[in-house]
Structure formats: C-alpha cells, structure tokens
Write a protein that binds this ligand. Structure first.
Ligand code: GTP
Ligand code: MN
Ligand code: MN
Ligand code: MN
Ligand code: MN
Ligand code: MN
Length: 195
C-alpha cells in the first residue's frame, strides 16, 4: 500500500473524519488523432470551479448515505448522469495529510463503453445542475506523448486538486491504460519543459 493508503472499512471507522469520493470513468476507443495517432482510451476528468483539474465526485457523509450512494448522488449533480456506483468500483482509500478535520479520499473507477462516455459528456454539458457552477466542463486526458512533447506530459503539468493527479497516474498504470515506462517518460518530459 502507498503511504496514507488504508482500507475502505478502516477509513469508515475513523471518528470525526470527512469523506470525499471521486471516480475515473474510462473507455477503450479505436479512434485516432489526426487519423494517425491511436487515442487508445478515453479518460474523463473535469475542470473545477476553482480552476483545478479533478475527478467528478464530492463530499459524502456516511451517517446519511453509503459512500457509493453519495458518489452516485454527486455524479447526478455534476454529470447529470445516473450511474449506480458499487463496491466493486472501489480502487483505493487514502488519508489526506495536513487537513483538519481529517479528510479521507476514496477513489473509484468504472470502465464504460465509448458510447456511454459520450452520453456522460453530453449530459454534463447540458442537463447537469452543477454545469457552469461547481463544474466548468469535462475534459479527456490525452494518453499519448507527441514528438514535440504535447499530450500526457503537458496534461500532467496542469494544477490538480488534492491528490487527484496521483490518483490519475496510479489508475493509468493500474488499469493498463499506459505502461509504467510511458508514464515515467511523460513525467520526465513534463518536469523538463513545464516546471
Ligand atoms: P460541494 O458540493 O461544494 O461541497 O463540493 P463537492 O461535494 O463536489 O466536493 P469536491 O468534489 O470539491 O471534493 C471535496 C474535497 O475533496 C475537495 O475540497 C478536495 O480537497 C478533495 N477533492 C476534490 N476532487 C478530488 C479528486 O478528484 N481527487 C481527490 N483525491 N480529492 C479531491
Ligand atoms: Mn459536487
Ligand atoms: Mn465535486
Ligand atoms: Mn457536494
Ligand atoms: Mn454541491
Ligand atoms: Mn491499452
């Protein structure tokens, strides 16, 4: 387990902890950029109201609803899309250091069909109540790295909320969306060119 990581069950035992649940929705695609570069996977994040990138989801009070019910509710608010999140979608739970009261971030992932991802994007931009308020728009994560350096490396050099950048990097490798070598190369490039 990575530092700060704990089980979902242990996290729920924490007295006085706040809980936040977010999810990575993704799909395979055969689509190509410029009819040439395989896009491989569609991975959704969002531009938040505060200008930071993050995953859809939000705060859940486990005394009122389960973590998964709360995440489903947040997805309805932020995406205008009804998605019933289940225990099987849970990936990791993590203590967030230096936040008071202590915040635990629960991370979920769900593989969808490309067609369903398009539905989510359409709903998020049209019927979602939070569109233009908490959420400025959904964005797709470029997974390739172009010769000039564009792609995943530049995407990772943006600013992210909390540990969402770490959640993204972990999930990309965990679910085989990029190889560890590709991620390392993108991070090296991001470090050289943008920071
Ligand atoms: P309100 O409805 O305004 O309360 O917002 P929300 O419930 O949608 O909460 P939000 O999504 O902002 O998440 C709550 C807290 O979790 C944030 O203040 C961040 O500290 C953290 N957070 C937000 N997005 C992410 C994310 O994608 N990953 C992680 N790890 N933490 C996040
Ligand atoms: Mn919200
Ligand atoms: Mn949110
Ligand atoms: Mn909320
Ligand atoms: Mn809200
Ligand atoms: Mn793949």
């Amino acid at each position: 387990m990575a530092s700060g990581e704990l089980s979902r069950e242990k996290a729920l035992e924490c007295v006085g902890c706040r809980h936040a649940c977010h999810i990575m929705l993704y799909a395979d695609t055969k689509d190509k950029l410029f009819k040439k570069i395989p896009i491989r996977h569609v991975v959704l994040m969002q531009m938040r109201f505060d200008g930071l990138l993050g995953f859809p989801g939000g705060l859940v009070d486990p005394s009122v609803e389960t973590l998964e019910e709360g995440l489903s509710r947040e997805l309805w608010e932020e995406l205008g899309f009804s998605l019933s999140v289940s225990l099987e979608d849970h990936v990791t739970s993590c203590h967030t250091p230096s936040s008071l009261p202590q915040l635990v971030t629960h991370f979920y992932a769900r593989k969808m069909e490309e067609r369903e991802i398009r539905e989510v994007e359409r709903a998020a931009a049209t019927t979602a109540t939070d569109h233009g308020h908490e959420v400025m728009g959904m964005v797709r994560v470029p997974l390739y790295t172009l010769k000039g350096g564009g792609g995943l490396s530049y995407f990772l050099s943006h600013s992210f909320i909390g540990n969402s950048r770490g959640q993204l990097e972990d999930a990309l490798v965990r679910f085989g969306l990029v190889t560890p070598e590709e991620l390392r190369a993108a991070l090296t490039h991001a470090g050289q060119k943008r920071r």
